[in-house]
Ligand binder design. Structure first.
Ligand code: DX5
Ligand code: ZN
Length: 223
């Protein structure tokens, strides 16, 4: 599936927060609960401090998602996304979201398309919303970070609400606007009202005793 097959609202479990000793089981339980878009955070130790997960892990997980008609949305928190795109495609990823802060947005989007991948553009909390909006015509989704990228489990930055609202105003009704960082049942309704429709959730799903129940709770709270 590509982004065209995604529903109007998607809750995306962020696998970075999963129990890696049981990763396949975690993915399967969430597929059974109805999740179809999984968020996969690739961090290179440069653009963000930590080295996270990459193509080797993606190769194990992508088939589980593909066979159920789902999509793995790869968030490239890396300095040079072009270096990684061929491996992400080869490992079965469906879409890459890279940061406008690293530049070469047009070339990176073109390379991703050549590899048959969906495209997202992401921007950090201190990047002007207008900078991201200018790049959004190249992309299927636009990701407004609601934390500084790097780690799961950080608190939602409240200024993200106004930034999502501004982005929605600039992109118009049809755009897919994603929010990543600190999303939970207590704020997802407000983030949706501000104009987002794709919600990445790591610790609020995998930190719960029952991730499938936490996923369904987020769906309810999103309305
Ligand atoms: C962190 C990643 C996020 C992270 C979100 O930089 O981009 O996707 O896993 O985790 P939570 O939902 O716990 O903030
Ligand atoms: Zn992410």
């Amino acid at each position: 599936m590509g982004w065209e097959g995604a529903r109007a609202v998607e809750i995306e479990p962020s696998l970075y927060a999963a129990d890696f000793a049981r990763l396949g089981d975690e993915v399967t339980a969430l597929l059974d609960a109805g999740a179809r878009v999984f968020h996969f955070d690739v961090g290179d130790g440069h653009f963000v401090e930590p080295i996270t997960i990459g193509p080797v892990v993606l190769r194990a997980i992508a088939p589980l998602v593909s066979e159920r008609g789902g999509l793995v949305d790869c968030h490239l928190m890396v300095e040079d996304p072009r270096r990684h795109i061929p491996q992400i495609a080869g490992a079965g990823g469906h879409s890459v979201t890279f940061h406008v802060e690293v530049g070469a947005v047009e070339q990176t989007a073109a390379l991703a398309r050549e590899h048959g991948l969906g495209v997202g553009v992401a921007f950090n909390p201190d990047t002007p919303v207008a900078t991201a909006a200018e790049a959004a015509h190249l992309a299927d989704i636009c990701l407004c970070m609601s934390i500084y990228p790097g780690y799961s489990g950080q608190a939602f930055l409240p200024q993200a609400l106004g930034r999502v609202r501004e982005l929605r105003g600039l992109l118009g009704e049809g755009a897919r606007i994603q929010v990543d960082g600190g999303i939970g049942p207590e704020n997802i309704g407000a983030v949706r009202s501000a104009g987002a429709n794709l919600f990445v959730a790591g610790s609020s799903i995998f930190g719960a005793g029952d991730p499938a129940a936490a996923f369904r709770e987020l769906e309810r709270a999103a309305g």
